[in-house]
Design a binder for this molecule. Structure first.
Ligand code: MN
Length: 354
């Protein structure tokens, strides 16, 4: 819901800016088969851009790329409202006239990135050449660790384009002077609590990129409250500690997380229900995560992995996390992983068209 609203706010802000061309670098949808109301909302908002005679180009990201080539991606609907989204397994190219300037777009959907031999070069006839692609660039490090597998071959990014519009990483982030991740229009979990949702406006002059600006858009407030160390507390003391933490902040309408660690056994169940009800009513979402004394904590970066990985990676990370924390045993982890992956593969095959 919030993600759909975020797209509306992005379109509002784009239309206020008098832009000449709109580019979406992938992951419009978070699944291969998005719900109908999600698709309809996307088309209605996209049509607002097209209705102003602004050309709109995009590519499919990893989340919406069908595993089977025969499956039609939901992004194909965008062509009906006049946007052009490339979603197959091949790069594509198009040129568009923007107030007398010829802009060439090399569109490499995530499905084409897997081909390590893919070669794209700017068209010499274009005044401005733009490459649009989706994946992880070499050297991208997030909080000290690599973000998944590097899947964008260096030679693709070295193609001498005036600008490379990157998708996948949810933060506005420069890879090079003329290659940026625009960032997502909404945050997808507490792993991104410090992100500023928005989009990028790129200005060109006769020499290529003149200016790149991040335009933040309004988003739901998200608060990760300072954690409570509940060592030695009883239920009444923990209740007071939760009240004290939540009193300090503007939590109304926000997405709020409060972690409690080292809670003595059984104390969690005694936290005042009335207070919890009140917090859940005031917050858009209130998540109280209590771990008991002796429990191992989730490793930092877990949320980052969950927010970016394709489904199989997410599932592997989930099982590995449970195994490491001792919540499940080694043998169970192995059979659970095997059964889950098998299920995911069969579900993927279920998308085959007849
Ligand atoms: Mn992605």
């Amino acid at each position: 819901m919030d993600v759909s609203e975020a797209y509306t706010r992005a379109v509002d802000a784009i239309l206020e800016r008098d832009v000449d061309l709109v580019i979406h670098s992938g992951d419009v949808f978070d699944s291969i088969r998005p719900a109908t109301h999600v698709v309809v909302h996307f088309l209605k908002q996209t049509a607002r851009i097209i209705g102003r005679d602004i050309p709109y180009y995009g590519i499919a990201g990893n989340h919406e790329t069908p595993r089977l080539r025969a499956t039609t991606a939901a992004l194909e609907y965008a062509t009906i409202v006049g946007a052009r989204f490339v979603h197959g397994y091949e790069p594509d190219y198009d040129a568009v006239d923007v107030s007398g300037v010829r802009v060439g777009l090399s569109l490499i959907p995530h499905g084409a990135v897997a081909d390590r031999e893919v070669v794209v070069t700017p068209n010499r006839d274009d005044d401005i050449s733009i490459l649009v692609t989706h994946g992880t660039v070499p050297g991208l490090r997030i909080r000290g660790h690599e973000l998944g597998e590097v899947d964008l071959p260096g030679h693709v990014l070295d193609g001498n384009f005036d600008y490379v519009a990157l998708g996948h990483y949810h933060y506005f982030h420069p890879h090079r002077r003329n290659a940026y991740y625009a960032g997502a229009t909404e945050r997808f979990g507490f792993g991104e609590v410090d992100a500023r949702p928005g989009f990028a406006v790129v200005e060109f002059d006769g020499n290529g990129v003149k200016k790149i600006e991040h335009v933040p858009i309004p988003c739901r407030p998200m608060l990760d409250l300072p954690r409570i160390d509940a060592t030695g507390m009883d239920a009444a003391e923990l209740t007071e500690a939760i009240r004290e933490r939540t009193d300090r902040e503007e939590i109304d309408g926000a997405v709020v997380r409060l972690k409690v660690v080292e809670a003595p056994r059984g104390v969690a169940g005694g936290v005042d229900r009335g207070l919890l009800r009140e917090l859940r009513r005031r917050c858009l979402d209130f998540s109280l995560e209590i771990s008991e004394a002796g429990a191992e904590e989730a490793p930092p970066g877990e949320a980052v992995v969950a927010a970016f990985g394709p489904l199989e990676e997410e599932f592997r990370a989930f099982v590995e996390d449970r195994r490491r924390s001792g919540k499940i045993g080694q043998r169970f982890a192995e059979s659970f992983l095997a059964a889950g992956l098998d299920y995911l593969r069969r579900a993927g095959e279920g998308t085959r068209e007849t």
